[in-house]
Design a protein around this ligand. Sequence first.
Ligand SMILES: NC(=O)c1ccc[n+]([C@@H]2O[C@H](COP(=O)([O-])OP(=O)(O)OC[C@H]3O[C@@H](n4cnc5c(N)ncnc54)[C@H](OP(=O)(O)O)[C@@H]3O)[C@@H](O)[C@H]2O)c1
Length: 308
Amino acid sequence: MRAVVATRLGGPEVLELQEVPEPTAGPGQVLIRVTSAGVNFADLSSTRGTYAMAPPPPFIPGLEVAGEEVESGKPVFAIVPSGGYAELVAAEERFTWDAEGLDLGAAGGYALTGLTAFHALRHVGGLQAGETVLMTAAAGGVGSSAIQVARALGAGRVIGVASTQEKRVRVMDFGADAAVGYEDEVPGPIDVAVDMVGGATFQHLLEAMAPFGRMVLIGSSSGEVQQIPSVGDLRMRCVGVLPFSLGALRAKHPEVFARTAAAGVELIRDGRLRPPIGMTLPLESAAEAHRLLGSRATTGKLVLAIKG
Ligand SMILES: NC(=O)c1ccc[n+]([C@@H]2O[C@H](COP(=O)([O-])OP(=O)(O)OC[C@H]3O[C@@H](n4cnc5c(N)ncnc54)[C@H](OP(=O)(O)O)[C@@H]3O)[C@@H](O)[C@H]2O)c1
């Protein structure tokens, strides 16, 4: 089968389209013929060697797919530990969901992205109806999904942070009430903030948090990990800081993840959570997809088209 392989550690240049042996489904797994695969920031971190959950090279990146279950022919979408950038992938049955009625060309970008946003706001941030929510990188894959999740969970006010005016227009299109730049004054107080950028952005947001506010830390795409203040400082602010990794939850607590994902999967299936696809590229352009995502040149979700 054709697959894109990370041949060694490095940037997009380490990705090569290759002919590789087909995977087989082990116990509790299904084999999926992939129609589309999502491209995630974590895939970039994997090839750079900075993603804790990634296998060592050579490996096939790709954490989410949609396609047809080989045995039954049923449409499915799934989260996989790796191997999504390929014509076939083996996925755990419990992390493979019915995609009946979904566009398989887009749904490869739904599961990891959508469920990360869902867990961040619902299970980690404990978002309550009427609360004010803010997300950084709001024009991106997880950011745009978080806007949709916030709406679905009944948020009062949704504020997106993005780097350019063009991106802020997209943030408003995706359903936010306000869009601001990283240096702008934050229209707080914020009850739940989802930060995936880190560095100075995190410090800036901290000042805008409401008492009882929850800051959910899911990434640091700026390259600078959030410097979490001391217990004493957070106590004086009455603010909680909550780091979260969907990959770690899936790997270390699979039965918990299968349960906590269920309501998020329903949001995807009923159409309230549909990560907006900003760009679709063919499998052989995976390196270009990594270049674009890593250079802040994308909005919405990036997917690779694998089977037409
Ligand atoms: N914890 C988890 O379980 C989990 C799961 C999935 C994703 N994530 C994290 O969530 C974040 C978003 O992932 P995604 O795949 O949806 O990517 P994305 O948000 O579509 O793209 C990354 C965005 O990060 C922002 N950014 C800020 N500084 C950057 C820099 N120096 N270089 C590149 N981008 C920068 C850019 O938006 P602006 O230009 O608007 O700043 C960029 O568009 C990543 O940090 C990822 O690691 C975490």
